[in-house]
Design a binder for this molecule. Sequence first.
Ligand code: BES
Ligand code: ZN
Ligand code: ZN
Length: 496
Amino acid sequence: MNITVQKEDLTSIPCDVLIVNRFQDQKELAGATKIIDDVLEGLLSNAVKEDGFAGTRGSTLMLRTQGQIGAKRVLLVGLGKEEDFCEEVVRSVSASALGALSSMKLKHVVSILHGAGNGGLSPRQSAKAIVEGVTLGTYTFSTYKKAKGNVPQQFTLVCKTARSAKAADQGRERGALFAEGTILARDLVNTPAQDMTPAHLVDVAKGIAKGKKNLKVKVLDKEKLQKMGAGGILGVSQGSDQDPYLIHLTYTPAKPSKKKIFLVGKAVTFDTGGLSLKPSKGMETMKCDMAGSAAVLGVFSVIADLAPDVEVHGVLGAVENAISAKAIRPGDIISVLNKKTVEVLNTDAEGRLTLADTLAYSAKQKPTVIIDMATLTGACVVALGEEITALMSNSDEWADNVLEASNAAGEKMWRMPLEQNYAKLMESKIADYRNISTSRYGGSITAGLFLQPFVGDTPWVHLDIAGPAFAERPLNTYTKHGGSGHAVRTLLTLIK
Ligand code: BES
Ligand code: ZN
Ligand code: ZN
């Protein structure tokens, strides 16, 4: 689908479908929709009345025109209640509108900028949200099966003035980058573990940096990890035939910056649970256990084009958590990168062992902030459900920064406390820490508390994305089944 912005008269632009809108329970049609209704001599307003089209969010009503305007059809889409309107509604209804058209083979679909008139959004915000909604909403994972459903060849955002067209085009460009990064993350998560190995993640990282002067990739192999003492990554991977890697990506802005953001992603390419084996149902979706690293790679895939003015690092500890006679055993004690020892009582709590190394590695390089993304605990999904990420932080300021960005990006996050009283539940009698809590409660928080010592005093935000990283049912109209690319757009918003 080719997406462009055009300054054109709404009534004359030729197309298969023109998408217009109305708020729920709005008395009169308004703005661009009213202009079209007037030329069509009340076709829309009459249909709204006669068909009882209330305009609830994402509802649609298709009408054929009779040559009075350039468009062959008009699709009226409901924006929901005016008081609830925001960018996320625009993403959502834009995807709904294209969903309503998916049974038709269309060449050219045109949309007005939802909410840029009376909805309080700028043309730039509206265009960005529409592009994200239609691009992500029509995404399919087609590596192993040909995609069904139709996507229009051309999608045009129509603007009244040259000035609004210019602003909308900037929004279009930004939205396209945000969607591209998200889609890369979705593809990586959806790729089965037979192909998505730690070595493949290395290739993906190298592919992203190839030919880009401001991107660098450093790869530490098993031998280097042994020399460094990265016992977490090595311990988890020792039962697998796949070699582990630590992948370190760096983006350097054109103008040197003192600010350094470190993004750390859990990169377990498959989680069997290890000897503390998962039941088969729980293992079905465990190719998603590298979704944190997919988010980091999604960010890096568009960062050079986005050109933020801060230095950004991505650190991934790529491993497979498999079983064999060589696998780490419950009761084994490992020594991680900061020389602390961990009694591994459950080999299924493996993400935190790899993160102990990658967080300690990152903290050594004196970042401004570390943000980690990890499909870390089932307990998080029990607490917040499938749509919401748990955020934990040692810094109120950075917690708020990330929450604000997530709100703008339409990715739901909720802060949970790093309750220090629970830290004693992670103490071992014979090592510095144990890798699981002595209590069965509060598992998401105790996992966060396990990670905390490895960042030291560095401002840090931990995102447990176990719920939304992989959608077992659609999360919203533009996030269907499978890898969601969750956190990519929050991170891009924050970085920019
Ligand atoms: N990768 C899982 C967590 C997970 C569960 C992610 C469901 C996505 C969906 C993680 O490695 C794990 O198995 N955690 C254990 C920790 C427990 C042993 C303390 C869990 O949550 O059961
Ligand atoms: Zn696990
Ligand atoms: Zn895991």
